[in-house]
Design a protein around this ligand. Sequence first.
Ligand SMILES: *[C@@H]1O[C@H](CO)[C@@H](O)[C@H](O)[C@H]1NC(C)=O
Ligand SMILES: *[C@@H]1O[C@H](CO)[C@@H](O)[C@H](O)[C@H]1NC(C)=O
Ligand SMILES: *[C@@H]1O[C@H](CO)[C@@H](O)[C@H](O)[C@H]1NC(C)=O
Length: 305
Amino acid sequence: MKAGARAMVGAVLMMVCCSDSNQEDNSSSYSNDEIPGARRHNKEFYLSAAAVFRDEDEYLLEWLEFHLCMGVEHFFLYNHHSKNEKIDELLGPYIRRGIVTLDDAVCDVHCQVPTYQRCMDDHGHRSRWMAFIDIDEFLMPSPPSQGQEQPGAFPLRAALTSYESHPAVLVNWLTFGSSNHTKNPPGLVLENYIWRAEEPSEVVKSIAQPDRVQVAGGHNHRYKNDEPAVNEKKQEVFFNHSSGEPPSVSRPASVDILRIHHYRTKSREHAFHRFERDSIFRLNDFDNEDIYPSTELSQMEWISK
Ligand SMILES: *[C@@H]1O[C@H](CO)[C@@H](O)[C@H](O)[C@H]1NC(C)=O
Ligand SMILES: *[C@@H]1O[C@H](CO)[C@@H](O)[C@H](O)[C@H]1NC(C)=O
Ligand SMILES: *[C@@H]1O[C@H](CO)[C@@H](O)[C@H](O)[C@H]1NC(C)=O
């Protein structure tokens, strides 16, 4: 990341495995075939991510750098009417290095699912796995407990190798609130917001194999031959085909192997701003959930000063 760009993230943190991210040439140092057992099937990427975003300037670079460290090799980003004009400046270096493909979302309202479908149609054939997440979601393996083998570089790619026989793995959320911040503090989201709900949410997001998806969905998809997705423990997630919609939850929720840290509100000011814009929060919920009771620092395992 360029020094200027890093300053815009507002922090001097280096992601642990991204010490080579200063290079500005086109070589994708994040792509390698060295992950044992990872079968790319002659695709350009083993793992890519798709996201639709709107007005996320402050957060994009942290999100990109974090997921590069986790092992995401390429990002298909779809701009949904962001107001500012800095997107090209922010993402330019990543686009030139072949790490980001930037496009516009395909419609005006309720755009996520049609845009995911477009992404699968246009780019699905290029990637063995594709994670469908938002910019306020950080996808990561759960840190190993003591005595377990420490993960090497690109731990998310390594974790996925054991799910290759399934069309998708569904990952539960851990939901974070404001951590009592009124305004967004400078610095990294991962550092600033450390209080989360005690229990993981049943809600999931997917990491899917586009080749095996029949129809794209938001949290989960419909898969070819009615194959079921699995949760992190490789249990099939029941899909009631007569009700039509692929399930967006996995019960019981668990985050022992994989998790998504979902920074749902960030500061109160930010949350109210989003509430006004998108009506995504019911304010009553927000009052209850604003300050979650549990401290979570596992995300810090993946970053270091
Ligand atoms: C990087 O890519 C750009 C555009 O694709 C090209 O013009 C440039 O020569 C490349 N640089 C290197 C070092 O390969
Ligand atoms: C949140 O911040 C307010 C005002 O700074 C303080 O009075 C309150 O004790 C804090 N709450 C928690 C749970 O730390
Ligand atoms: C599946 O969905 C149908 C239609 O919504 C419903 O009638 C049925 O009870 C559901 N089956 C199960 C096992 O949940």
